[in-house]
Each structure stands twice: as C-alpha cells, then as structure tokens.
Design a protein around this ligand. Sequence first.
Ligand SMILES: Cc1cc2nc3c(=O)[nH]c(=O)nc-3n(C[C@H](O)[C@H](O)[C@H](O)COP(=O)(O)O)c2cc1C
Length: 348
Amino acid sequence: MPSQARLTDSWMLGRLRVPNRVLLAPLAGIGNWFVRLQAKRYGAGMAVSEMISSHAVHYGNRKTCTEMLRIDVRERDAGPVAIQLFGEDPAIMRSAAAHVARAGADAIDINMGCPVPKVRKTGAGAALLADPDRAVAVARAAVQGAVGDAGRLPVTVKLRCGLRPGERSGLALAQRLVREAGVDAIALHPRSADVHHKGTPQYELAAMLAQSLPAPVILTGGLDSAARVREAFASTGVAAVMLARGALGNPWLFDELLRERQLPPTRGEVLSELEWTIGRAVEHLGEPRAARYLRKFYPWYVERLALPPAAARQLQAALQAAEGIGQARRLLDPLRAPLARDTLAAAI
Ligand SMILES: Cc1cc2nc3c(=O)[nH]c(=O)nc-3n(C[C@H](O)[C@H](O)[C@H](O)COP(=O)(O)O)c2cc1C
C-alpha cells in the first residue's frame, strides 16, 4: 500500500522512537562514529554502523572494541545509533549482542545481506539466506542477548531478496525472522546477492514485504537522489529508507529530504564539510592513519566542488598522493579564495 506517512514523521522500532524515516545505511570501512554523526548533523533519524564481526566482539579484539564499537557522545546526543553485527554462530552472536548493548547502542542490526566471498564463505552475511534455520537461530540469539541497562534493544536484520537474480528466499526468511526470532524490523535491499550493488533494485518486492510483514520494513538500494527516495518511499509503503552510496560525501541529501533544502551545497560548504571530516578523522585515528584513511573520502567531495574536469582530476591525484594531512590541507586552501579556479593549477 502506498505510504501515507511523511519522511519527517517519527516511527517506532520496537520500543525505540526514531525521530524520522531517513537513515544512514551500514557502510563497511566507512560508517564509523563520525560518518554517522555527520549524517545526523544533517538530519538522519538513525545511523547504522559499518558491519562488525560478532566473533571479534566476543573475543574482545582490541581494535574492534575500541575503534569500531566507538559511540561518541556527540553522536549519542544527535540521535539513535545501531551497531551492525555479522556472524553465523548463535552463541557468539548472543554474546556479541550483549556486549554491544552494554556499549550503549540503541539498536542492533544483523547482516544477512553481505555478498563478499570473505564473509559468505564463513556462513555469515548473504550465506544465511541459504540456511534459514541457522539464520533464525542467529537472529533469535541476538534478540536474547541484546539487553542493556534500559531493557531489550530492538534488533533488525538487513537482507537481500535472494541469492541469485529472480530468487525470493529473502522474503520468506524475513517472515520467519520476525515471527519466529522476534526481530523488530527488516531492512530489505531488493537486489540479489549475486549482483552485489549493480542493477535496478526491485522496489515492488519491498512493497510486497511491507504489506505482508507484521513489522516495519526499511528500504535500501538505489536511493541516490531526493526524487528517487520520495518516489520509492511513497510507492512501496515502507516504514523508512536507508541512504548508502547516495550519502557518501553528500550529507546534504538528508538536508534536502528532511529540512527542505533546495540548493546543492556551495563550494564553501563542501570545503568546510571536508575540513570537518579531516578534523574528525585525525581525532579518531591520529594523523598518519587518518591521512591514509581519508584517501577514500576525497573523491566524494572533489566531485562536488564544481571544478573544471581537468582541475578536478589534478586535485584528486594530488590529494591521493599527499604525504600527510598538512599537505592535503595546503592543496585545498587555495580553493577557499575567490579566484580559486585560476589559482588551482598553480597550487598543485
Ligand atoms: C562501500 C559499501 C559498503 C557497504 N557495507 C555494508 C555493510 O557493512 N553492511 C551492510 O549490510 N551493507 C553494506 N553495504 C550495502 C549498503 O548498506 C546498501 O544496502 C547498498 O549499497 C544499496 O544501497 P545503494 O544502492 O543506495 O548504495 C555497503 C555498500 C557499499 C557501497
């Protein structure tokens, strides 16, 4: 049924009130506390972490528990955070969910959609679509473990519609996860695992699931512009949407959907957002690691600077080769000046 709700309306995820219906999707290697905070600064109703190994949490891996599970107080103040776990062992998942609940998450998401062979061959991620009994056991264990100071956290599962194109095993599994495991919502990526992130998502499958599932459905896939988000949300009747690639270096998409922003960001806005990101990366990882980590972030921002193509390519190459944060900042500085276009070539 088409949705009557507005994207700005709040909704209930279990006993958690989520302030609106536009969320940040889990993004491996990207969705740390400051990327989630960025999305919330621009209005995101909730943000989901990058996927985190339930085994690493259970065995107390130091980097996992200090860096990946970090929930910053600024992020907490800006709205709810969900931590996404992956794994195939129910007992380990129960233990990891309990750890995450104690660490202060507001919700837990279980990854049953990851198509990457490294994850799938362990029996986790999308492999669970082929083993529905295990998938239900893993989700049930997460529900049992997800108890924090304030009671049980909502548990969601993010999955694909099937393993191969045309399959719908994910829809049947979604029903079992809610009815048998007590999962509070399903995030559906209606592309098969085999196509990874290519092709057009089958939104009609999200509409079918939203109509039949006795729990909220969250839609992800292909939501890279305000028009597409609005159209998919209205036509499928899902409870909420999750932005993924469309939000990379583009927090303004939340602004546009939730606060009626009309204009694309100015160059000044893009540069100050990139500077904010650089600052937070240094805070999170220290300068040497941040300098390497930020290389994947630069292209998203450079493409929004509205530079002539050759200048954008030159800047991009220079940022990728930059030896440290200071050098990256020196490359960006001239762009802040009014005659930036003319001075860019000299600067790089
Ligand atoms: C770089 C990247 C990393 C991703 N990491 C995860 C992840 O850790 N967990 C997950 O469930 N999905 C992950 N996804 C899938 C996204 O959350 C999202 O469902 C998918 O990209 C479809 O949305 P889109 O077409 O709007 O990008 C990832 C996607 C991308 C592009």
